[in-house]
Ligand binder design. Structure first.
Ligand code: C5P
Length: 418
């Protein structure tokens, strides 16, 4: 695998004294590391130490002409495969959430397309503060991966949730040594895979100002896309019209209608290993789209509808196509309908959930029951991001059993390494 390039941002908390160790652990796992410090970080750890352990000059200032001449900040933002902020203070999280960029590190966070992870570290009362939690939620909804904090003794003499996750665990979470990472913060079972997720509703035009659509918020699809990225996959998110920020590190293609969704999916399907259809596609569309706004001159009006293309079924039919995962959102007889759909569309897996008044669409929480040819698993009600991570873990497992022969070989090689 190519060497991972990690831009480590160090902000001003006491846990910054652990960052030389963190650089060592990242480099032990084969990564190249460049460090950027904020001014207050320099009160806890020196530039000299971080330069020595990273093997690169440490950047602290946006206005350092010499450093800019060697590698400009935009170049540095492009260089990174991953941006890691450790420790991340409450102050830094607030600036990141607000999108403000008064210094080099915050500017880099805005200027990069690389996935961003932060390891918060602060007093446990600060961590619990509503403002900090609101910032955490905002960052998480944008796809920032939050590592920790961990529980335990704090430098202030108190005990609680606020310690920075240990350097080795952070390094394991970021870098793909599945055997080590799984035992700590999170594993990357989809490293090297491409996952496509369809999400949100479609809109089917009636005339230039009206359309037919549905209540899908896109929350589940976006959460799955984010969880797949966290699991190490390259993710292509094909999204219907929803007001959601694009999760960091993802490629997003916006579409409106079922036909556009069909075209975008098939235009990018070639490299896809796993296809997850979470979009609520309008099953029918008006036969004709009026070129001018329809006038309300008649007492009654009838629209003639034709069937939209079934994107999921069309992907499942592809010769040597990807591992396919569909959704069955049902109001009744969920299991029966899900199993029928699994067979009819020739899917590898189906995620069934009940929808109706107050459940499923537009909610933050969801429960699901997943079926595949020779098994099933129930997932209790949980926040959609938690459910999505559990679903991605199961999808990765099933994919690796049936599809990922080369992954099995890699894992065997890892197991027999020592
Ligand atoms: O047949 P039904 O609409 O219930 O199937 C739901 C599943 O099929 C979902 O995964 C949905 O994203 C996908 N689907 C699709 N294209 C359609 C209709 C549904 O991809 N036209």
């Amino acid at each position: 695998m190519a060497q991972q390039k990690i831009l480590l941002g160090v902000t001003g908390g006491i846990a910054a004294y652990k960052t030389p160790e963190l650089v060592r652990r990242l480099r032990d796992r084969g990564a190249a590391v460049q460090v950027v410090m904020t001014r207050s970080a320099a009160r806890f750890v020196t530039e000299t130490v971080l330069q020595a352990v990273s093997g690169h000059p440490v950047r602290t200032n946006l206005w350092d002409e010499q450093a800019e001449a060697a590698m400009g900040h935009i170049e540095l933002a492009r260089w990174a495969d991953h941006v890691l902020i450790a420790p991340a203070t409450a102050e830094f999280m607030a600036r990141l959430a607000a999108g403000s960029a008064p210094d080099l590190l915050t500017t880099l966070c805005l200027a990069t397309r690389a996935p961003l992870s932060i390891a918060p570290a602060m007093n446990h009362v600060m961590w619990d503060h509503a403002a900090v939690q609101a910032n955490r939620e905002c960052l998480q909804s944008r796809g920032v991966r939050i590592l920790g904090p961990a529980e335990g003794d704090q430098a202030c003499g108190e005990t609680g949730l606020g310690r920075m996750v240990e350097p080795d665990a952070i390094a394991a979470a970021l870098l793909a040594d599945a055997t080590l990472a799984g035992a700590t913060v999170g594993s990357q079972p989809l490293q090297g895979r491409t996952v496509m997720v369809t999400a949100g509703p479609t809109r089917e035009a009636i005339d230039p100002v009206r359309f037919v659509s549905n209540r899908s918020s896109g929350k589940m699809g976006y959460a799955l896309a984010q969880a797949a990225a966290e699991a190490g996959a390259r993710v292509v998110l094909v999204s219907g019209p929803v007001q959601r920020p694009v999760p960091q590190g993802l490629e997003r293609i916006m579409i409106e209608s079922a036909e556009e969704l069909f075209a975008a999916t098939h235009a990018h399907i070639d490299d896809v290993d796993i296809f997850i259809a979470a979009a609520a596609v309008s099953d029918y569309r008006p036969r004709r789209v009026e070129s001018q706004k329809i006038k309300k001159t008649r007492a009654e009006m009838t629209l003639d509808f034709v069937k939209s293309p079934d994107i999921l079924a069309s992907v499942a039919k592809l010769a040597s196509g990807p591992f396919t995962v569909g959704f069955a959102a049902e109001t009744h007889k969920v299991r029966e309908h899900a199993l029928t759909k699994l067979a009819a569309k020739q899917l590898d897996m189906i995620i069934a959930n009940e929808v109706g008044a107050g459940i499923g669409f537009e909610q933050d929480e969801n429960a699901a029951h997943v079926y595949w040819r020779d098994g099933d698993q129930a997932f209790p009600l949980a926040h959609k991001s938690t459910l999505a991570r559990a679903l991605i873990e199961l999808i990765a497992q099933r994919y690796n059993v049936g599809f990922g022969e080369d992954t099995a070989v890699e894992l065997t090689a890892l197991a027999s390494r020592d």
